[in-house]
Design a protein around this ligand. Structure first.
Ligand SMILES: [Zn+2]
Length: 263
């Protein structure tokens, strides 16, 4: 569930795994200037006052359900990057995600971060983690016209794309999809400038403090793809406050499929 903030995002207009990687970090002027034909970057959809909520590492009984309740109450659709092995054990939760209009996306088979892989077996591992996961998740992926993949810990290498794009399913994937908001905890001069839910809970940061970090960053970058995790109840509690706070600040909600990637 831990995430790297600096991994490159790889999205091509051909809607397939990108074959190369490029990092564009810290240059705010480039954020609204994305050109997918030249690769995307960590910053997905900043600057439009639109929020895309994404939840990783579920489904988790007692947490995902609470998140679904909150999304329903607020009439917001989100994307769940689920771990396929967990999804297998939670068919009812998976059906609920689907039936309530959310996007189910691929966050690997077992959350094996694709780094430090053996020279002899990396291809097998990559195919297993992405394509075997797809087989399990495919029945739940019908709410989206696209298949989305997010890499555990943001770990990716351009050479994986070459292997995945050899399969018909792999070619149809967009990914790895990263995030704009929620990558790390940063505290300065008495204020959380950003926050990441998993790190908040492990550092014993309160729900309200963590929320303040998410809100600060959302306002600063004027919206984008938000990373949260449906692993701990605190994240569900935070979401119940986060959505109304975002609305009060003038943000609107979109789902990954609704994002005009070329804007
Ligand atoms: Zn994860």
């Amino acid at each position: 569930m831990k995430t790297l903030t600096l991994a490159a995002l790889l999205l091509l207009s051909t809607k397939s795994f990108a074959d190369f990687s490029e990092k564009i970090i810290g240059d705010e002027s480039k954020i609204q200037d994305k050109d997918f034909s030249k690769n995307n970057m960590e910053r997905l959809h900043r600057g439009h006052n639109e929020i895309v909520l994404t939840f990783d590492d579920g489904p988790t009984p007692g947490v995902t359900d609470k998140i679904l309740d909150t999304l329903k109450e607020n009439n917001v659709k989100a994307t769940f990057f689920v771990i396929a092995e967990k999804a297998k054990d939670q068919p009812e939760l998976m059906k609920r995600i689907l039936n309530e209009g959310h996007i189910v996306a691929n966050h690997s088979l077992s959350h094996h971060a694709l780094k430090d892989l053996s020279f002899f077996s990396w291809k097998k591992t990559v195919k297993k983690e992405v394509l075997d996961a797809h087989e399990i998740l495919a029945p739940y992926m019908t709410n989206s016209k696209n298949f989305f993949y997010r890499a555990p810990e943001g770990a990716w290498d351009g050479k994986y794309a070459g292997v995945l794009n050899q399969s018909e399913i792999g070619k149809q994937y967009i990914g790895p999809v990263l995030w704009d908001i929620g990558g790390a905890v940063e505290f300065k001069d008495g204020q959380y400038l950003q926050a990441a839910d998993w790190a908040c809970w492990s550092k014993k940061i309160t729900v309200d403090e963590c929320l303040s970090g998410y809100l600060y960053e959302a306002k600063k970058v004027k919206g984008g793809v938000v990373l949260m995790h449906d692993l701990r109840t605190q994240s569900a509690e935070m979401l119940a406050k986060f959505i109304p706070a975002l609305e009060a600040s003038g943000f609107t909600f979109k789902n990954l499929d609704d994002v005009n990637w070329n804007k």
